[in-house]
Design a protein. Structure first.
Length: 141
């Protein structure tokens, strides 16, 4: 996947989050169902597309895992805040009593918590690996 495709997917996730925040702006609290599950669906889609964690690979020369050179943009609580500020939905001088501030803080906290939880206990794969039969495996039968 190219860097351009990664950026487009990251941008789409940020747009979806901000769209949900704007949609639920008039609700009392987004910290309940069905609002929270809508944010989780956006998160889970981004997590499945590997946009929530740093990609690593094994380097044979150093015999350690190192960060991949082709790294997609990471979506985190901080990046959600930066995107909302750039969009003008929130600003740096907001008070904690402001509902927009509380909502964006909730989403940022959820996002980081969900990333930690799913990174620690990843969900099963969406597809199964193809079983490859080698010649050596056939010879041993």
């Amino acid at each position: 996947m190219s860097v351009k495709e990664w950026r487009l997917r990251s941008e789409k996730a940020h747009v979806d989050i901000l769209r949900l925040l704007k949609l639920y702006e008039r609700s009392m609290s987004i910290d309940q169902e069905p609002y929270k599950s809508d944010f989780f669906r956006v998160f889970f889609d981004a997590f499945r597309r590997r946009l929530c964690s740093i990609h690593r690979r094994f380097d044979r020369a150093t015999r350690m895992t190192v960060q991949c050179k082709a790294q997609p943009p990471i979506i985190s609580g901080h990046s959600i805040w930066k995107y909302a500020v750039a969009d003008g939905w929130v600003h740096a001088n907001m008070s904690e009593a402001d509902k927009r501030y509380r909502d964006i803080q909730d989403v940022m906290r959820w996002w980081d918590d969900w990333t930690y939880a799913l990174s620690s206990h990843p969900p099963p794969r969406m597809w199964k690996r193809k079983q490859v039969t080698t010649r050596r495996a056939l010879d041993t039968d």
